[in-house]
Design a protein around this ligand. Structure first.
Ligand SMILES: Cc1cc2nc3c(=O)[nH]c(=O)nc-3n(C[C@H](O)[C@H](O)[C@H](O)COP(=O)(O)O)c2cc1C
Length: 195
């Protein structure tokens, strides 16, 4: 029975782009993230680290995102009403998302270990997404340019020499569940070598 639910969740989970303006209880979020921690992890090093932004804690985080977008040229910095409007609508959009979980990992000078650790963090994220689905909670896995902006990392209190941001998960109860776009049948990806 549990396995059937898991298999259903794997297929039915969707990336959520629109959230209800309702918070998910912190105890539930902790449970969801705890399922994430059962991801496979080489040497049991559990490389994931998480900063969870919610309520007023989102304000500074989102200002740092917008400042980064301005630094890297994705947002203009002039006082033109169009620019101000665009900046404020982006701020509003991000503020409406109930929770932002920034997932980061310590950099490793050994590229093989680094790859393994990043892979494990991705498994953590997918485990958490599936667990969230069982609780009726949606997520959007995002990778955006500010994650590669060292100024952004410094702004949020992370040493950019030491840490890499793996993803930012947008989290909340789904307002709308997108349709299943389906997947390529496995035969299109699989090469079986039997002798
Ligand atoms: C590493 C990674 C980064 C992603 N980044 C984004 C993103 O920045 N914005 C976005 O809308 N979706 C992002 N997605 C979600 C994909 O668009 C989504 O998984 C895909 O469209 C399939 O939809 P589904 O998850 O509902 O099956 C990302 C997914 C992965 C694995």
């Amino acid at each position: 029975m549990i396995i059937i639910e898991l298999l259903d969740a794997i297929k039915q989970r969707r990336s959520i782009h629109r959230f209800k303006e309702i918070e998910v209880d912190l105890a539930i979020l902790k449970k969801i993230l705890s399922y994430g921690t059962y991801a496979p992890t080489h040497y049991m090093n559990e490389p994931w680290k998480i900063k969870l932004y919610q309520q007023e804690g989102k304000r500074q985080f989102i200002s740092s995102i917008l400042a980064s977008y301005q630094r890297i040229g994705m947002l203009k910095t002039d006082n033109n009403p169009k620019t101000v409007k665009m900046t404020e609508s982006m701020r509003k959009f991000l503020m409406k998302i109930p929770h932002h979980a920034l997932i980061y990992v310590e950099k490793n000078e050994d590229p093989v270990r680094y790859e393994e650790e990043y892979a494990s963090v991705c498994a953590f994220i997918q485990n958490a997404q599936l667990a969230a689905w069982q609780y009726g909670v949606g997520m959007l896995w995002t990778i955006t340019p500010y994650m590669h902006d060292s100024g952004f990392l410094e702004d949020i209190g992370l040493d950019s020499e030491t840490f890499k941001i793996a993803a930012v998960m947008q989290i909340g109860y789904p307002e709308k569940i997108p349709r299943d776009k389906g997947r390529t049948p496995i035969e299109g990806k699989l090469e079986v070598i039997s002798d």
